[in-house]
Design a protein. Structure first.
Length: 158
């Protein structure tokens, strides 16, 4: 589902819709914190897409979302999201968070390092108004550790 930007900008902010989007985001976050895979899937439209924007990795549909979460949570089993900013509107949700965890399993072809990670991430949860669910997640990360590549010496230099 891809609504053109001008149509998204023209969307009215209705209190009922705002509340529905906010409530679903809360349910999604609680499911993620509780490692409730079905609870996460229940917040997504059937045609959802998960995308790591810098690398272009994509997972499509409910099966893709299941694969994304299974692989991600296996790679970073102690992952935690510390919310630092959020915007909710008729287009969906934009969340800024500090992601922390330990790289304990393979991720995007990179073997685990056992090292802790800390990333600032921006996640867009586009809203699918027909399905009344999120159309997936678009994740932007500040460095390369979640993209299947070890950080360069320049990135780790203090």
């Amino acid at each position: 589902m891809d609504i053109p930007i001008r149509q998204r900008l023209a969307m009215d902010v209705l209190p009922e819709q705002y509340q529905a989007i906010r409530s679903l985001w809360i349910a999604h976050s609680k499911a993620e914190d509780g490692r409730d895979l079905q609870g996460l899937i229940d917040t997504l439209s059937e045609d959802c897409v998960y995308e790591l924007v810098p690398s272009g990795h994509r997972w499509e549909g409910h099966e893709g979302a299941r694969r994304f979460y299974t692989e991600f949570l296996s790679a970073f089993p102690d992952v935690h999201f510390d919310l630092t900013d959020i915007v909710i509107g008729p287009q969906g949700v934009i969340e800024v968070a500090t992601l922390t965890g330990t790289f304990r399993g393979p991720w995007l072809g990179t073997p685990p390092t056992g090292e802790p990670i800390s990333e600032t991430i921006v996640i867009t949860f586009p809203w699918n108004p027909e399905a009344q669910r999120f159309a997936g997640e678009r994740v932007v990360v500040a460095s390369r550790s979640l993209l299947g590549a070890a950080p360069t010496a320049a990135e780790t230099a203090g």
